[in-house]
Design a binder for this molecule. Structure first.
Ligand code: B12
Length: 260
């Protein structure tokens, strides 16, 4: 796994089985799942790559879904050779596994008040992916521990999506930028204030635990950064491709409005 991801660990399936996310991918879970091999994929680039940025940092690099899944699939094929009787299925994001929780139980970091996994080396600037298997793999006991609790993310969230005891997905600016159809005046105002046309990084940027986050060494992420999107730009192999041109171009045009 070390060649696949610089940070990985094992979460027993038992620990997350009651919190599975209801989605189509759930049907791909191996029967009698025992272990989840959780891997982190750091994506932070050098600051110079973020000049003229108008999207969230996670979307600047090439689509992480493809990178994480293709790397995990490589591990799956090796594991299948080693354990031909067992089942292994790779997931990333479009996954029934509550990934932050699984990563915490795998000992990869703590749960931030912003609800994200914060790792020691890369901060929260990591994607999470996993391989679920019916193989019983030895693991180190780890709990879901909270972050340092400074509340900077709560204070800085422009839409008050982050609460001390939870998270209001409906008002999160990242969610707003993904919404189809017309946005309310308040949503447009929030988006304009942040200056972002896709995603939001405010709760991560203010986090003191992200201050010295290390940059990525993942070749696929280093090779093709696109920090700025504009009308007619290519969506191919980008994290926003699934949402389509209409939403991203709506957001670009809303940033130009000066009546709100
Ligand atoms: C739906 C979703 C979203 C939604 C809702 C996010 C949310 N916080 O609820 C929206 C679109 C808003 C979103 C935004 C983002 N997302 Co998102 N998202 C997901 C997705 C697909 C499912 C999350 C989910 O619904 N889990 C189910 C719930 C029930 O599980 P849970 O999170 O463990 O929460 C439970 C408990 O643990 C507890 N809990 C939750 N939060 C907290 C906080 C505290 C303090 C406490 C005590 C308890 C607690 O209550 C919950 C209910 O039981 C995951 C991928 C996945 N499969 O997990 C990515 C994922 C969480 N997202 C990710 C990313 C990168 C982002 C963004 C940073 C992107 C961006 N820059 O715009 C933002 C961050 C916004 C934020 N602060 O959360 C990464 C996070 C990586 C990391 N380091 O943690 C993931 C893991 C995707 C991936 N494969 O890498 N996301």
């Amino acid at each position: 796994m070390n060649g696949i991801s610089p940070l990985w660990g094992i979460c027993p399936f038992e620990k997350i089985k009651d919190g599975l996310i209801d989605c189509r991918a759930k049907s791909r879970l191996p029967e009698n799942a025992e272990s989840v091999i959780v891997a982190c994929f750091p994506y932070l680039l050098d600051n110079s790559e973020y000049t003229d940025i108008n999207i969230s940092k996670y979307a600047v690099v090439t689509d992480y879904h493809n990178v994480a899944v293709s790397r995990l699939e490589k591990a799956v094929s090796r594991l299948k050779d080693l354990f031909p009787k067992n089942k292994f299925t790779a997931f990333a994001d479009n996954s029934p596994i509550p990934e932050v929780r699984a990563a915490c139980f795998a000992g990869l970091g703590v749960r931030g008040m912003n609800s994200l996994l914060i790792t020691e080396k890369y901060g929260s600037f990591v994607f999470i992916g996993e391989i679920v298997t019916d193989l019983n793999i030895e693991y180190n006991e780890a709990e879901e521990k909270p972050c340092m609790g400074c509340k900077k993310c709560i204070e800085s969230c422009p839409s008050s999506a982050i609460k001390e005891n939870g998270f209001d997905r409906n008002v999160c600016l990242s969610e707003i930028t993904q919404k189809k159809g017309e946005l309310s005046e308040e949503e447009i105002r929030l988006m304009k204030e942040c200056g972002c046309v896709w995603g939001c990084d405010i709760c991560q940027d203010v986090c003191p635990m992200n201050k010295n986050a290390a940059s990525t060494t993942i070749e696929e992420f280093l090779s093709s950064p696109v920090p700025h999107v504009s009308d007619g730009c290519s969506l191919e192999n980008r994290a926003y491709e699934w949402r389509g041109r209409k939403v991203i171009e709506r957001n670009i045009s809303l940033q130009r409005r000066d009546d709100i």
